[in-house]
Design a protein around this ligand. Structure first.
Ligand SMILES: Nc1ncnc2c1ncn2[C@@H]1O[C@H](COP(=O)(O)OP(=O)(O)O)[C@@H](O)[C@H]1O
Ligand SMILES: [Mg+2]
Length: 254
């Protein structure tokens, strides 16, 4: 008789500012790790017509933490995935509509970790456990305490503002939800949106995560216990993937 397997879900936060490389990294990890799924926090933004208007700049504010995410919907979703180990079939993601430039990782790194995670999977299976990795990709992962509480592993990509701004300007637009159309609509940043809206909201959401509010250089505070802060700029993506996989392997042993 085939033994019934218990599912154990490990939720892994892949956080960081807009354009810090979260989705790129999460997709590489998904590609390497068997039984992994991605949860894009962007899919929990409100439909465009419900996005709040910035009180000073009078444009829609997609970034201020209070209004940027439908928090109850996200938290329920994370809890559901943690229980079931699957993305509910009715969940619709907008991620595939967005352009994704491929930043390659060396085959040797990918192969090494594929084998390692296959071994983990086998070993767990012999213990009667199916292990599922839920990779949660989001720019506001470490703001809401109930979201932080759901994450078993916490990774944060810290990229200097100048690089983020440059990458954001190169992005031609971003697909977002609207209530009436599953394909959503394309959002383009108005001029000075970075200075007026995106960066101040990022600072607001992250100051208490770092000592002295120094988001670019400070050590992490206790707000997000155990967070792994990675500075990817100037390093090979393969080295980042390697570091993350190492942390994931260690988390599975606890
Ligand atoms: N390690 C990297 N090195 C150079 N460019 C990168 C790297 N990771 C991502 N990028 C580029 O930065 C931009 C944003 O990446 P993306 O993964 O979509 O960020 P996010 O999901 O954090 O908004 C994309 O153009 C992507 O190709
Ligand atoms: Mg992304």
């Amino acid at each position: 008789m085939v033994k019934e397997q218990a599912t154990r879900v490990i939720l892994v936060g892949v956080g960081g500012a807009t354009c810090s490389g979260k989705t790129t990294l999460a997709k590489h990890l998904k590609n390497i790790i068997p039984d992994s799924v991605i949860i894009h926090q962007d899919d929990f933004a409100p439909p465009q017509e419900l996005v709040p208007i910035h009180p000073v700049h009078n444009v829609q504010d997609w970034d201020a933490p209070q209004g940027a995410i439908q928090w109850d919907r996200l938290i329920d979703f994370l809890r559901t995935v943690k229980k079931t180990g699957i993305i509910p079939p009715e969940h619709y993601s907008h991620d595939h509509l967005n352009e994704q430039k491929d930043i390659p990782v060396e085959d040797a790194v990918k192969e090494k970790w594929r084998k390692e995670f296959e071994l983990i999977k086998q070993r767990k299976s012999e213990e009667g456990v199916r292990i599922v990795w839920g990779l949660v990709d989001g720019f506001l992962l470490y703001w809401h305490p109930d979201v932080i509480a759901e994450l078993d592993v916490k990774i944060f990509l810290r990229v200097p503002e100048a690089t983020l701004k440059e990458r954001r300007h190169q992005r031609h637009g971003y697909h977002t939800a609207v209530q009436t159309d599953p394909e959503g609509s394309l959002w383009r940043d108005p001029p000075t949106y970075w200075e007026d809206v995106v960066w101040p909201a990022y600072v607001e959401a992250h100051t208490d995560m770092f000592a002295d509010g120094d988001i670019e250089h400070g050590e992490p505070t206790d707000k997000v216990k155990g967070v792994l802060v990675i500075a990817p700029v100037g390093r090979e993506l393969g080295a980042i993937v390697d570091e993350c996989c190492d942390v994931l392997r260690a988390s599975e042993m606890t």
